[in-house]
Design a protein around this ligand. Structure first.
Ligand SMILES: Cc1cc2nc3c(=O)[nH]c(=O)nc-3n(C[C@H](O)[C@H](O)[C@H](O)COP(=O)(O)OP(=O)(O)OC[C@H]3O[C@@H](n4cnc5c(N)ncnc54)[C@H](O)[C@@H]3O)c2cc1C
Length: 401
């Protein structure tokens, strides 16, 4: 049996290795169009590779995927977080868990993951070809496949696993559409918000936690750490919002109002009570800070509420306090654009899950054709969920079930 895996990323390697594990006599070739393998693994997690997330409950785990939740719930029954940890552990790569649940190799180096996958591919005799760009797949009457290459060449295969990742434009999926598959229009996910006109950008580097962020005009909200950047806002609260709202904000052309509750959802009355605390009354407003917000942010919000920083807190009148409470619980910023610079980003959309078996990853349109990884209409929020989807779907596709 000749198996061809198209795409040398996380899903492609796992698919090829799984094919060799389950079908040792098969001839497995992995084709990569660029001259680099596992390029995203290398840069992932800031060079540390956030391999997976410490969530062993399948229902909870699946809940971290804005697209693909129901599909993955079934796939995770076969291969999940514990299997990923065991897979790497059996090959000498131990994982560690950060307080927020993200899991990294103990080396804190994505090179460890790359070396492990490359070593395994070599041991199992997976044939790897770089600069091999597939631009069409044809299914022959005898059920085998002919792969047409960009350079004019052609290759034949009995089984094909497509792991070509996400593509920002629909044109990137035309060759898969030609096979009869429905393509869900791509949309970027996991991006940061640009706020070109907002003075708060001067606080770049400040992190507030927890902040409740909402997209005005939608039901989308997310609570967690928020990072102010040179361009606007980022951090888990914003990235999660960008993932769950990927389609909604695309529909708004990435221009919308972001409503922030700097106190993570605390009630207005509780906020007033905290402000009335005796301890603060004789301090200057800038030092009162009853909510222990980052100092620069507190001062910024005082200034926005027209409260002089040096004014004695006890002398700040009811009217001013109300204005501040309003800002703390209902602050608003104009978003105009998005950025994915250096951050984890993924593509929502891709091959429709309605036409793929979640247990085998086999196409329900074309027998012998399989899909895995981000080429599918699957994407997770930040925290190791995207790689987990790639490991799971790659492993299952490689079983060639
Ligand atoms: C900067 C960054 C950091 C990230 N960090 C994390 C993280 O820490 N944790 C996490 O879970 N997720 C992270 N992600 C997301 C994660 O990297 C992806 O979800 C994952 O790599 C998808 O794997 P894949 O194999 O499906 O696709 P890819 O990694 O995109 O691999 C697809 C491969 O197919 C090749 N290819 C495409 N078309 C063809 C063709 N026609 N013929 C041959 N080859 C082709 C491409 O060149 C590419 O090498 C990050 C993403 C980015 C951009």
């Amino acid at each position: 049996m000749r198996v061809i895996v198209i795409g040398g990323g996380a899903a492609g390697f796992f698919a090829a290795l799984s094919a060799k594990q389950h079908h040792p006599d098969a001839e497995v070739a992995l084709l990569e169009k660029s001259n680099k393998l596992l390029a995203k693994v290398r840069v992932s997690g800031g060079g540390r590779c956030n391999v997976t997330h410490d969530q062993r409950n399948i229902r909870e785990l699946s809940g971290h995927y804005p697209r693909g939740e129901r599909f993955l719930k079934k796939a995770f029954e076969h291969f999940s977080v514990k299997d990923t940890i065991a897979w790497f552990g059996q090959r000498g790569v131990q994982m560690k868990t950060e307080p927020d649940g993200r899991m990294f190799p103990v080396s804190d180096d994505s090179g460890t993951i790359i070396r492990c996958l490359m070593h395994e591919a070599e041991e199992r005799c997976v044939r790897i070809a770089l600069r091999s760009d597939v631009n069409a797949i044809e299914r022959k009457p005898d059920g085998t496949f002919l792969l047409r290459m960009e350079n004019g060449g052609a290759l034949s295969a009995d089984r094909v696993i497509v792991t070509t990742g996400g593509h920002p434009k629909a044109e990137g999926y035309v060759w898969l559409k030609q096979l009869g598959h429905t393509i869900v229009a791509p949309a970027p996910s996991l991006f940061t918000f640009n706020m070109p006109g907002e003075a708060i950008r001067s606080l770049m580097g400040v992190v507030a936690d927890p902040v409740r962020a909402r997209i005005v005009g939608s039901k989308l909200e997310s609570t967690g750490p928020l990072l102010i950047t040179h361009w606007g806002m980022s951090g888990p609260a914003v990235l999660r919002l960008s993932a769950w709202g990927a389609r909604v904000v695309q529909g708004m052309s990435y221009r919308f109002t972001l409503q922030l509750h700097w106190l993570g959802g605390m009630g207005e009355e509780d906020a007033r009570t905290a402000m009335a605390d005796e301890d603060h009354q004789r301090k200057q407003a800038q030092n009162a800070n009853p909510f222990t917000l980052p100092r620069r942010l507190w001062e910024f919000l005082l200034a926005k509420a027209d409260i002089p920083l040096e004014k004695t807190w006890g002398d700040v009148g009811k009217h001013d306090r109300n204005r501040l409470v309003d800002l703390l619980t209902n602050d608003r910023y104009a978003v105009a654009g998005k950025t994915t610079f250096k951050e984890e980003f993924v593509t929502a959309g891709g091959v429709s899950l309605d036409e793929v078996d979640p247990h085998t990853l086999q196409s329900q349109k074309v027998p012998g054709l399989y899909f895995a990884g981000e080429v599918l209409d699957i994407d997770g929020i930040t925290g190791g969920f995207n790689f987990q989807a790639a490991w799971t779907t790659g492993f299952l596709a490689g079983r060639l079930g």
